[in-house]
Design a protein around this ligand. Structure first.
Ligand code: NAD
Length: 501
């Protein structure tokens, strides 16, 4: 095995960024950060507590109430957003190596993440310049118009899978809308988030508009969710965490956007282009190490092609290159953290009594250290199995046969989640009927996950609340105030004007 790759100039300590300055925690608390290949602590990070969140929210509130950002013309904000996109693109290879090192994503897949992050900024830069709001007329009586306003300080809480790219999903629309923000990135992967501070500063984002507080969810995240001066929380993470945040945000009736877990079906009918379906199903569940919210982690296959499908799929899975995330040949890297590795491995063990093991089932040969899991395939998995029902978030897939469309739909919908669904068929009628009946926020017909940024993004059932994407994201971060203007004489019932007085 080649030596473990270490990026140049790796920081040994990661700080918060509050009001334009890199700072430590008020009380000096830190936590250890490890890389998933050696599982050695390569850095410490400032561990934010309530006091640090208070400072970050105070800076963001000041920038919102008295600073220029919320009052700038859309074109001016848009210029800054485009400069941010240029800077993200310019740092693509640095960003990708940091991201790959910190999260264990294969380097080739980490590269795409940086370009997508840049694209998010360009997209919202364009959107706010093109945006207009409604005006409504009641002839001779009234004019009404919408006065769209940024809501205030947005709290952004993000997970560790594709950390930088997922942060961009929230940062770009929040900043484009004129909000100021406090970002609390995932504690497993704090490395890349600090890059935003320099990128934003050089692009001309005023101080206090972007604030970053590292730390654990139950400390820094919790304080952000409960802060009375933060009216909005955009959260991406586990369903159970989302439920906790939902409860904690109730006291202040906050606006919530929740992008949660998934257990998405990939449904393959006998009339499909099966080779294309196999390529896509493999990529759908094993790319990003299987640590992907929209992973097609349950594959449902029509009985007449089931045996052949399982055999071909498993042969390909056994051939997937697992290795050092920095090696360009690697297709599946190391899982983010030993805690997560143990969780995924426990499902691999559970699966051995719930399905027929066709590929993987443990650690790949020759990789004795690091959080490596072989791409694992279980066939004949029954719908009440835990590996069918529960999100594993790793390179593990359950395959289940079906006899007809009704059974396929019942299986697809028979879990608590409803994020994505992938349907493979060449029958147009079946494709649309199935797509419209499946309980999923997003459906791909004859494709894996390729998304136009204008489309709604989000899940139903336990997979989320609210849809972002395109103008929907701007709607989340802004208030649409209705202004009503009377034309001519106002006709008001005259209270207290009767003759009896
Ligand atoms: P997680 O819920 O453990 O953590 C997400 C974030 O929430 C982290 O920053 C964490 O520190 C913070 N947090 C934890 N407890 C908190 C609390 N009590 N109050 C406030 N913040 C708290 O999720 P994870 O393990 O980092 O990410 C994996 C999960 O994210 C999977 O379930 C995956 O499906 C989901 N995910 C969903 C989408 C989507 O768009 N639907 C995208 C990516 C990941």
């Amino acid at each position: 095995m080649t030596a473990h790759y270490l990026p140049n100039n790796l920081p040994t300590h990661i700080q918060h960024y509050i009001d334009g300055k890199f700072v430590e925690s008020v009380g000096g608390e830190t936590f250890d950060v490890l890389d998933p290949v050696s599982n050695a602590n390569y850095a410490t990070a400032a561990a934010g507590q309530k006091a640090d969140i208070d400072l970050a929210v105070a800076a963001a509130s000041e920038a919102f109430i008295n600073g220029p950002w919320p009052r700038m013309k859309p074109r001016e904000r848009s210029r800054v957003l485009n400069k941010i996109a240029d800077a993200v693109e310019a740092q693509e290879s640095r960003l990708a190596e940091l991201e790959s090192f910190d999260s264990g994503l294969p380097i080739t897949q980490a590269r795409g993440q940086a370009l997508r992050a840049a694209e998010n900024f360009r997209f919202f830069a364009d959107l706010i310049v093109a945006q207009f709001d409604d005006a409504m007329k009641v002839p001779g009586t009234q004019i009404n118009y919408v006065n769209r306003k940024p809501i205030g300080v947005a709290g952004l809480i993000t997970p560790w899978n594709t950390p930088f790219m997922l942060e961009s999903w929230k940062l770009a629309p929040a900043l484009a809308s004129g909000c100021t923000v406090v970002l609390k990135p995932a504690e497993f992967t704090p490395l890349s988030a600090s890059l935003w501070a320099t990128i934003f500063e050089e692009a001309g984002l005023p101080h206090g508009v972007f604030n970053l507080v590292n730390g654990l969810g139950e400390d820094a995240g919790d304080a952000l969710v409960k802060h009375p001066d933060v009216p909005l929380i955009s959260f991406t993470g586990e369903t159970t965490t989302g439920q906790t945040i939902f409860r904690n945000a109730a006291a202040n009736l906050k606006g919530l956007s929740m992008e949660l877990g998934g257990k998405s079906p990939c449904v393959v009918f006998a009339d499909a282009d099966v080779d294309a379906a196999i390529d896509s199903a493999l990529f759908g569940v094993f790319s990003l190490n299987g640590e992907r919210c929209t992973a097609g982690s349950r594959i449902l296959v029509e009985r007449s092609i089931y045996d052949d499908f399982c055999e071909k799929f498993a042969a390909r899975a056994r051939n997937i290159v697992v290795g050092d995330p920095h090696d360009p040949a690697t297709e599946v890297g190391a899982l983010v953290h030993p805690e997560h590795y143990n969780k995924v491995m426990s499902y691999v063990e559970i699966g051995k009594s719930e399905g027929r093991l066709l590929a993987g089932g443990g650690r790949p040969e020759g990789l004795d250290t690091g959080n490596y899991v072989s791409p694992t395939v279980f066939a004949d998995v029954s719908p009440d199995a835990r590996i069918f029902q529960e999100e594993i978030f790793g390179p593990v897939v359950a395959i289940t046969p079906f006899e007809n469309d009704d059974e396929a739909l019942a299986l697809a919908n028979g879990v608590k989640y409803g994020l994505a669904a992938y349907i493979w068929t060449n029958n147009l009628t079946r494709a649309h009927n199935f797509a419209q009946s499946v309980e999923a926020g997003m459906v791909w017909l004859n494709s894996h996950n390729v998304r136009d940024l204008r489309t709604p993004f989000g899940g139903v059932k336990a997979s989320g609340l609210g849809h972002e994407g395109g103008f929907r994201s701007i709607d989340f971060y802004t208030d649409q105030q209705a202004v009503h203007i009377t034309l001519g004489t106002v006709h008001t019932p005259k209270f207290g004007a009767s003759a009896a007085n």
